[in-house]
Write a protein that binds this ligand. Structure first.
Ligand code: GLA
Length: 733
């Protein structure tokens, strides 16, 4: 068997040694391309017709040479179609769901992509980028498939770049990012659905033959009903610590589509990308269309391991300042809504200091003069300070905040407009709506057309002006409360391009902002978790999981999100929602990025003392919560008590959160809960922390080995009356 030619091209590209493993169509028949991470290998192979196929995805082998022999171990089914192309085309031999489907310049709808060559670029010791060029033999049409692997994290990002040099425009009817192929006895899909204040409800089902599609057609806040995250267990549903499971997320903040097809040969074809619903994309000759990335990780050690892989990848490579700290804050949304003025805010700035948090976040309601933003029906789009409420502008507030020794942040919703606004009057052509049809609103607002570069400039300028005029501004909450009805762009020549160009436009604005303000914290808010995905988190430091801050609900919502996103990205605010005591609400908000949205001045003295102590306890354990490993110990869907812990990377400090989620008679912790992720040989002092002033702990404190804590466990004594219990674990030196 011929081996691929090995070319070592040492080029002086800064910080990125270029290692080219190059093979060409001449020796294509013998080409096997293993894509390895620490644990896994995906193996691609070029067949005798120069088609690129996926022959394997699973545990990696120790001898790379053996990958070539995998394919022949699978007896080919007598079949009418090809099931495992690495990027399935349509209009010729393939009769299954395609990854790509096009209409050529001459109207012909056939595409057959043949292997041309491939190369690997070593980005650093952990990251490699494989690119594979494919080309049609009849039409001047090419696709390059990219696989960026993160070796230690067992994570791959996959995307494709599509281009052509035909005589006229080509229409892309489907243009997926990735087309995976998995072989197992059975497949179990866990996906999530929801709506406002009911985000992240999980459902697990066995996939049968045919296609299950997860998608969104909502436009701007695409994942309100169904977020673009999922897991597929192989052979049996994975548990926290056992089983083979694939996690996936399409890094796209717009309409997406993920097809999961169990084919006639019982294998799983997975195709993920932008949704092609109402989105035939017109592509000009010579222009490259880069699809969003599809990120995935495969673990053979269960859901916990898969989520730690994804979380550490996200902190290291994706989210802004993933290894940095986060700001604790006091927000005024639920304490004032739209009803505030300078005096009230001056009081809240003082409260911020009293509470001991880092920043005051001024929410909605600070702008609009002709149409003041005194409710959610007017003013969106008119981003000048409301003179009646804030006669001395934002600069005065940032100055006062500085004098009070706290930072200052502000809310914006720059992609939106109320019909009652000057912006709506001046620029009707900037708004997404059908010109001849009645307008439909979500929360009395419409979406601005970000496919239009002028709108992009406008949105950029809203945030840029805020920073330019107020250099002390330390934080932005970027909201997005409406989905898109009546999707139509007055700017686009081809309406099919609109949905994708909206998101490209949004990312363009965010790219410009990040180029100018690389690290300033930005919260990705969307009236709840209507928008979080890794395409957006590339620009943000955190997201808002839900407007629902009722703490029992939050335990479930935060739990489900935690499979995919690290704790430091989860903005959790203590509010007055729910009947649980302040301690319970605060304990829940501490499992992530802590904030408050309560009336501090109305707290009783012992409540204020508790909050102040909680902020300082949080700071003591924040290294473990923000940058450590997360272990789920007891699932709230299966137990009376939910339990979760975070361990710092040195395994010296950990914190365990326990909550009663079932209030039936005598519910509580009867058995010890085993800890995870500690060093068995270390000795740890274990004690209850974050007690409400005046209460005594029935748990107390003790010293155990890591081995004991992970083998026998501890009983935090959670029950009615002790409904939330936090246990601090520290190495005894
Ligand atoms: C959305 C957000 C809230 C708040 C309001 C303001 O609903 O999720 O936190 O900012 O908008 O209008």
């Amino acid at each position: 068997m011929k081996k691929p030619t090995l070319l070592l091209a040492l080029k002086g590209i800064a910080a990125c040694a270029l290692l080219l493993i190059q093979a060409t169509a001449a020796n294509a028949q013998s080409i096997t391309i293993p894509i390895e991470t620490k644990q896994n290998a995906m193996v691609l192979q070029v067949n005798s017709e120069k088609q690129l196929q996926t022959v394997y995805f699973g545990n990696k082998l120790s001898d790379k040479n053996e990958y070539a022999a995998i394919a022949k171990s699978y007896k080919a089914f007598q079949s009418t179609s090809e099931f495992n192309p690495a990027y399935t085309t349509s209009g010729t031999r393939n009769l299954l769901e395609p990854a790509i489907s096009v209409t050529h310049a001459d109207g012909n709808k056939s595409l057959e992509l043949k292997y041309v060559d491939h190369s690997v670029t070593k980005i650093n010791d952990d990251v490699n980028l494989l690119s594979i060029n494919l080309k049609d033999s009849l039409y001047d049409f090419e696709v390059t498939l990219y696989y960026e692997t993160y070796y230690n994290e067992n994570v791959t990002e996959q995307w494709s770049v599509i281009k052509h040099h035909e005589k006229k425009d080509v229409i892309l009817n489907k243009y997926a990012s990735a087309n995976l192929y998995l072989r197992a006895g059975s497949y179990w899909l866990k996906h999530f659905h929801g709506d406002w204040a009911r985000e992240m409800k999980p459902e697990e089902e066995q996939l049968n033959h045919g296609i299950k599609t997860l998608d969104s057609k909502l436009g701007s806040r695409a994942d309100l009903f169904q977020p673009p995250i999922f897991m597929v267990s192989l052979n049996k549903p994975a548990t926290e610590d056992e089983g083979e499971v694939l996690y996936g997320n399409i890094e796209w903040s717009g309409n997406y589509r993920i097809d999961l097809e169990v084919d006639p040969t019982n294998n799983l074809r997975l195709i993920a990308g932008i949704n092609n619903y109402a989105a035939d994309y017109t592509l000009k000759p010579g222009v490259e269309f880069t699809t969003p990335k599809f990120v995935y990780t495969l673990s053979n050690k269960g859901e916990g391991d898969a989520s730690r892989n994804l979380q550490s990848w996200a902190r290291k490579y994706k989210i802004v300042d993933g290894n940095g700290p986060r700001l604790t804050l006091l927000n005024n949304w639920e304490s004032t809504y739209f009803n505030f003025n300078e005096d009230k805010l001056a009081g809240l700035l003082k409260d911020t200091k009293t509470l001991g948090v880092d920043l005051f976040l001024l929410d909605d309601g600070w702008f609009g003069n002709k149409y003041p933003r005194n409710g959610d029906h007017a003013g969106l789009g008119d981003w000048e300070v409301n003179k009646a409420k804030l006669p001395n502008g934002i600069a005065f507030l940032t100055k006062t905040a500085k004098e009070d020794g706290v930072k200052f942040g502000i809310w914006v919703e720059p992609e939106m407009v109320n019909p009652k606004s000057e912006l709506y009057e001046k620029h009707p052509d900037w708004i997404v709506k059908q010109p001849q049809r009645p307008e439909y609103y979500m929360r009395n607002q419409l979406v601005l057309d970000l496919s239009n570069p002028k709108v992009q400039d406008y949105v950029f300028s809203i945030v840029d002006d805020l920073f330019t005029k107020n250099p002390e501004l330390a934080y932005i909450k970027w909201d997005c409360n409406s989905l898109m009805y009546n999707a139509y762009s007055a700017y686009e020549t081809h309406q099919g391009n609109f949905y994708a160009d909206y998101v490209f436009g949004l990312y363009h604005v965010l790219d410009r902002l990040r180029a100018k303000y690389p690290t300033v914290p930005l919260m990705l808010c969307s009236g709840g978790g209507g928008r979080v995905d890794y395409g957006a988190l590339k620009y943000f430091t955190e997201y808002w999981p839900s407007d629902n801050t009722e703490p029992i609900e939050r335990i479930f919502i935060q739990w489900e999100y935690s499979y995919f996103y690290p704790a430091l990205t989860s903005s959790n605010h203590v509010t007055d929602w729910g009947k649980e005591p302040l301690k319970f609400r605060t304990d829940v908000a501490m499992m992530g990025k802590l904030g408050f949205d309560i009336v501090v001045s109305k707290l009783k003295p012992d409540e204020l003392t508790f909050c102040q102590q909680a902020v300082s306890t949080y700071k003591q354990f924040s290294e473990a919560i923000w940058h450590g490993d997360q272990y789920r110990l007891q699932d709230p869907r299966e137990n009376d008590v939910a339990s979760i812990m975070y361990v710092d990377s040195a395994k010296t400090k950990a914190i365990m959160f326990n909550y009663l989620v079932n209030y039936r008679y005598d519910a509580g912790t009867k058995l010890p809960i085993r800890l995870k992720g500690l060093d068995p040989d270390k000795i740890y002092s274990v004690s209850e922390v974050n007690l409400f002033p005046g209460t005594r702990s029935s748990f107390g404190s003790a010293t155990y080995s890591g081995k004991f804590l992970m083998t026998v466990g501890i009983n935090p004594d959670v029950r009615d009356g002790r409904a939330s219990v936090l246990i601090g674990v520290e190495e005894k030196k």
